[in-house]
Write a protein that binds this ligand. Structure first.
Ligand code: PLP
Length: 466
């Protein structure tokens, strides 16, 4: 398997290089030059395999020749044995209030209770493996609005060859999210609270990468959602859930609470690999650029408005570039110009051929904050159970998709206890805390507060990793 940049102007690489490189040299994202194809018989065989076995089968073509199938299998086994459900990704049928033949795919039973664990648990092990193979080390720097930080820390703690510096906006992540990051005592984990917003944190990370001397000296690496290995790892649960819900040959639809477009894009890749997918439904909160683009054909950046589903408070969904690349028949030259226009004019009109393919594969809908609250309450009244606000965006949107036939699953992306204040406000009751979350408030927190200033952060990184 070879990987090329979406902007067509960077060297073609293999998996191990792409894993460590993050962004391509030309500013594009790495994608496979072609996709492996699974037959109906292959898909049928998945129904009797464990999650880790399906992961190994689905991912081995992507990691070859850098990583052998046996080594991949061992890493997948370890990654998913720590999940709090023996199914890894359990499925339940939704109450009829949400329509007939509707399901919830629970992606949040990993160590930090969000779907980010599914990819990052494997990614941490892939990094350690590849670094040891090359006898080198890296400094991973990242910015988080909440869930990515804890999942990355949990995945990388105590791993050989990795120092991890995670920036979060001071006082702007939930208490649970902060404690999940700052109570991990490992020597290779360094938390920084920045006096600023999530965007400020992201700009600081970009600033460090843009300084080539600094980048090379500390061998900076990234685990954000532009890393191809994350997208690949997320394709696996589309295969396992479709084989359980619809079987190997019947098409089904998925509705996905969307921020950076990594989760739903993995569903699209699964469809390119032979999984019969009817429709992929983009569910947005009031930051609905993709939903507007789907109906008008124009991607237009507006100000980010904070919401109760903060992981989806995004205007520029980084993985959407990968979709545009596929829909334009891999036209890197066109995409390079298009992304430049988008950045400078904050607006991009989609070409009619690209737009019609977008609409052939995807539907889109959005939910207001009131609808999210009402959905959390409706779900509680129908089921006596809780969903988190991100999942509630997905549930609000499938109620709008009454014309879509056949089985459809909403991807449930976080445990409700991570967002207990919002759930309590909507229902009057707080979800019970899993033991692992409840104990966090007794643990000592370790975190450094820094101003929103690049040189202060660079000084901190240099000292922390030396
Ligand atoms: C990250 C995240 C999302 C958005 O996923 P993308 O892959 O960025 O589209 C949705 N819900 C939760 C809880 C998340 O943590």
């Amino acid at each position: 398997m070879k990987y090329q940049s979406t902007r067509g102007n960077a060297p073609v690489l293999e998996f191990g290089d792409v894993l460590l490189a993050g962004l391509a040299e030309d500013g594009g994202l790495y994608v496979p030059t072609e996709f492996p194809l699974f037959t109906t018989a292959d898909l049928g065989s998945f129904t009797t395999m464990s999650y880790a076995e399906v992961a190994t089968r689905v991912l081995e073509p992507f990691v070859s020749p850098s990583i052998t199938s046996d080594d991949l299998g061992a890493m997948a086994e370890e990654s998913y044995s720590g999940f709090r459900s023996s199914d890894v990704v359990p499925i339940r049928e939704l109450p009829t209030e949400f329509g007939a033949n509707r399901y919830l795919v629970e992606l949040y039973w990993g160590p930090t209770f969000s779907f980010k664990d599914i990819a990052l648990q494997l990614l941490g092990r892939l990094f350690e493996y590849e670094l040891s193979r090359r006898s080198t080390s890296v400094t991973i720097v990242g910015a988080t609005s909440g869930d990515t930080g804890s999942a990355a820390i949990e995945a990388c703690k105590d791993r050989d060859g990795i120092e991890l510096v995670m920036l979060h906006p001071h006082n702007r992540v939930s208490d649970v999210q902060r404690r999940q990051m700052t109570t991990v005592g490992s020597a290779n984990i360094h938390n920084v609270a920045i006096e600023g917003t999530f965007d400020d944190c992201q700009d600081l990370v970009k600033g460090m990468f843009a300084d080539s001397r600094f980048r090379e000296r500390h061998r900076l690496a990234a685990v954000n959602s532009i890393n191809w290995a994350r997208v690949a790892a997320q394709t696996v649960y589309y295969f396992t859930s479709a084989s359980q819900i619809a079987g190997p040959s019947k098409p089904m639809s998925f509705c996905v609470p969307t921020g950076n477009f990594g989760n739903i894009f993995a569903g699209f890749i699964a469809s390119q690999m032979g999984l019969p997918v009817e429709r992929l439904v983009i569910a947005s909160n009031h930051n609905d650029i993709l939903t507007r683009a789907h109906s008008s054909g124009v991607m237009q950046i507006e100000e980010v408005q904070p919401s109760t589903s903060p992981a989806m408070d995004i205007q520029v969904s980084s993985n959407f570039e990968r979709l545009l690349f596929e829909l334009s028949n891999k036209d890197g030259k066109w995409l390079r110009a298009a992304m430049q226009t988008f950045r400078s004019q904050r607006e991009l009109e989609l070409e009619s051929s690209v737009l019609s393919k977008f609409r052939e594969n995807f539907d889109a809908g959005s939910a207001t904050e009131d609808e999210v609250d009402r959905t959390i309450k409706d779900y509680y009244l129908a089921n006596g159970d809780f969903v988190d606000p991100h999942t509630a965006v997905g549930l609000s949107v499938i109620k709008q998709m009454t014309s879509l036939p056949g089985p459809m699953a909403v991807m449930s992306t976080a445990h409700p206890a991570k967002f207990d204040e919002i759930v309590k406000r909507a229902t009057g009751f707080a979800p019970s805390q899993p033991e692992e979350i409840a104990v966090l408030s007794d643990l000592e927190e370790k975190c450094t507060e820094l101003p929103n200033d690049l040189s202060s952060v660079m000084d901190f990184v240099a000292k922390a990793v030396s």
